[in-house]
Design a binder for this molecule. Structure first.
Ligand code: G6P
Length: 372
């Protein structure tokens, strides 16, 4: 077992360290040197993909957060309205799905019953279904019209890490491919985004190589009763995924909020000593999102919060307001989740390990949930 863990203490730790490869392998062979996407595996008639007027992403758990991240990118590049829905909610609300709907079913295992049932329902309504899946030959890809495999390698730890980054990567490739096919005005961006994506594995590695400080903070926070996470734009689903990791691994109450929503309720929770993790947007993000989140950091801090900020290298603006700052390498806004997620995983792992918990097999959870 020690060998299977590659010298790490747990599968979870190993899988966090597998992430540069998980992203790199998922990108591999799917574009040419000219920056054109080649998704031959996407065996759905191109004319159908061109006529799609809505995308519905269906998934559960961490995979659903990958879908929420992807929504920002797909809508930006493809200009196709994209909804993300939890699989188990989807078919019980009389959803509007038809021949012009493209369903993207995201599942690490390919066996999640809720997602499988949603896929069956969508196909009955005439939708085409593309699965994004990490497990070759599993049920959801077999029952879908096409599959885009994530090549993260087997994920053993119950709480998902490397599959999440690979899912975002695969969903981005799908979005870029649709943009290429439909020839819209964002087509020119495709080669640039692919070049930026190719730099992500090394940037993840840099975060992994410089993780001592965040590990220490995790270990120091074993007595935390509740941790709040704030993010905005793509940082919002990252905040929710960070909170989910802490719930799953460390059994601590954790909640991810949209930073802009703070004033509409969650700020009432802030009292002296409340830890708040903030996923900062890039200083280059549009519409002054960065300064808006800086204000949020100041607001919670003024009410006694202990702020733990994940920011882009060089963004010193938050240092004055943060108890702890962790930097990740710079990247375009849409790619930032592939980096900002990593310190949050490391933090949850360190905290749970310091509590002595089994991080690979958290209580009450299963790796794949094959019942409804
Ligand atoms: C379970 C796992 C989660 C996972 C979710 C969806 O709840 O514990 O880690 O995110 O299922 O699984 P899937 O295999 O469909 O991605």
């Amino acid at each position: 077992a020690a060998a299977e863990k590659g010298g790490f203490d747990s599968f979870m730790e190993k899988e966090i360290h597998d992430q540069p490869d998980a992203v790199g392998q998922t990108l591999l062979g799917r574009s040419d040197v000219g920056g054109n996407l080649m998704l031959d595996e996407l065996r759905i008639d191109e004319s159908i993909l061109r006529s799609v007027d809505k995308i519905v992403v269906l998934a559960c758990g961490t995979s659903a957060y990958a879908g929420q991240v992807a929504k920002y990118a797909i809508e930006h590049w493809c200009r196709i309205p994209t909804e993300v829905e939890l699989s188990h909610e989807f078919r019980y609300r009389d959803p509007i799905v038809n021949e012009k709907t493209l369903v993207v079913a995201i599942s690490q295992s390919g066996e999640t019953m809720d997602t499988l049932m949603a896929v069956r329902y969508a196909r009955e309504q005439g939708a085409k279904v593309v699965a994004i899946c990490n497990t070759n030959g599993s049920t959801i890809p077999r029952e879908s019209d096409a599959v885009l495999y994530t090549h993260a390698g087997p994920e053993i730890a119950v709480a998902s890490t490397k599959a999440f980054l690979a899912q975002i990567t695969a969903a981005y490739l799908l979005g870029l491919y649709l943009a290429q096919l439909r020839g819209n005005k964002y087509r020119d961006e495709i080669a640039d985004v692919l070049a930026d994506l190719s730099e992500i594995p090394a940037k993840i590695q840099a975060i992994l190589d410089d993780a001592d400080k965040i590990k220490q903070l995790g270990a120091d926070m074993v007595n935390a009763k509740s941790v709040l996470y704030l993010g905005r734009h793509v940082g919002f689903p990252v905040a929710m995924e960070g909170a989910l990791k802490l719930k799953e691994l460390a059994y601590i109450h954790a909640e991810g909020f949209a930073a802009g929503e703070l004033k509409h309720g969650p700020i009432a929770l802030i009292e002296e000593g409340q830890p708040v993790v903030v996923v900062m947007p890039s200083p280059r993000a549009r519409d002054s999102l960065h300064s808006k989140v800086v204000s949020n950091v100041q607001e919670v801090r003024a009410r006694g919060a202990v702020t733990i900020v994940i920011a882009e290298e060089g963004d010193t603006s938050v240092e004055a307001y943060s108890e702890h700052v962790f930097y990740v390498p710079a990247s375009p806004t849409l790619l930032a989740p592939l980096l900002t997620t990593v310190p949050l995983q490391i933090f949850a792992l360190a905290l749970a390990s310091a509590k002595g918990y089994d991080v690979d097999q958290p209580r009450n959870l299963a790796k794949s949930v094959t019942v409804e």
